[in-house]
Design a binder for this molecule. Structure first.
Ligand SMILES: Nc1ncnc2c1ncn2[C@@H]1O[C@H](COP(=O)(O)OP(=O)(O)OP(=O)(O)O)[C@@H](O)[C@H]1O
Ligand SMILES: [Mg+2]
Length: 283
């Protein structure tokens, strides 16, 4: 039995006359990575924001941990976003006045951890992502790839179970993009966490367990559509050979589990196989 961490069912959402989502359904298996692709305006960000509890759909349900997050109070939903979900955006959205370590520690402080206790884990996260020695730099003193790795650390320091990323490599060149994906996959899926990302880059999508393709607010039926975009067959029954295991991912081996993190078992081949076959694309 696969372990679904998120089950979105028949999401519909309008912005004025625009139907951004049109009866979209998507299941996410715990410990896997899902890439959402599609043309500009096809509804990718809207879907990601729904799954992450940032937006509430006009219609449809999203099951997470036995609850429908569309029915939660604003207060419960913000607690969920703060404590169980992590976010990485195209432009990090880091606070420029703060240093790298302060940006990461802040996420933990917002859940009630005193600053003095937040700085240690923040330093560990930065080190695990190859940023040791850069703790005290302000964001403007980091490269784009380094800043994205700070954002990746910030997204996970609370022990988030699901990391949502909207075009996390969108502003990076291909070499830096590869490094950031190494960091993102090595720190999430390789440790049993779940990653859902939006991307326009087939190379980024190819690193994920599964790719879904959106068009006009709907997920295209069938895996063929997605493999057309990514240039690979995604209905394979084995684990995606492109996804690096913990040993292959820089930083993953020495990766600290944050104190508040539940450290689930690494994603197994079984789970990955299921992700490719059982859960994909629904009409
Ligand atoms: N806040 C908003 N107000 C009005 N229309 C919106 C809003 N957000 C999104 N839309 C519209 O909803 C549709 C889907 O937008 P969305 O941002 O989800 O697309 P996307 O696939 O993420 O595109 P991109 O690749 O350009 O980021 C688009 O037609 C967009 O113009
Ligand atoms: Mg978008």
């Amino acid at each position: 039995m696969t372990d679904m961490i998120l089950q979105a069912s028949s999401l519909t959402h309008r912005f004025g006359a625009t139907r951004a989502l049109d009866r979209t359904s998507l299941n996410i298996v715990e410990g896997t990575s899902t890439a959402i692709m599609g043309a500009s305006g096809s509804g990718k960000t809207t879907l990601l924001h729904m799954l992450a509890g940032i937006l509430t759909p006009d219609e449809g349900t999203i099951q997470y941990g036995g609850r429908d997050i569309t029915q939660m109070s604003d207060r419960d939903r913000s607690r969920l976003r703060r404590e169980e979900f992590g976010f990485v955006f195209q432009q990090g959205l880091l606070i420029p006045e703060l240093t790298a370590i302060e940006n990461v520690a802040l996420a933990l402080m917002l859940t009630g951890t005193p600053r003095a206790k937040a700085l240690g884990p923040a330093a560990q996260w930065l080190a695990s992502l190859g940023l040791a020695g850069m703790e005290d730099r302000r964001i403007g003193q980091l490269s784009g790839g380094q800043a994205q790795r700070v954002a990746i650390a910030r997204a996970q320091i609370t022990g988030a179970r699901v990391i949502f990323a909207d075009e996390p490599t969108g502003a990076l060149d291909s070499e830096t993009s590869r490094e950031v994906m190494d960091a993102l996959i090595g720190s999430t899926v390789a440790n049993g966490r779940t990653l859902v990302l939006v991307t326009h880059d087939p190379n980024v999508a190819a690193r994920c367990t599964r790719t879904v393709l959106m068009q006009d607010g709907r997920i295209m039926p069938g895996a063929a559509a997605a493999s057309e975009v990514t240039g690979r067959e995604i209905t394979q029954t084995g684990p995606n050979p492109i996804v690096p295991g913990p040993a292959a991912a820089p930083g993953a081996a020495a990766h600290p589990s944050p104190p508040s993190a539940t450290a689930p078992a690494p994603a197994s081949a079984h789970v990955n196989a299921q992700a490719n076959t059982a859960t994909g694309v629904e009409r």
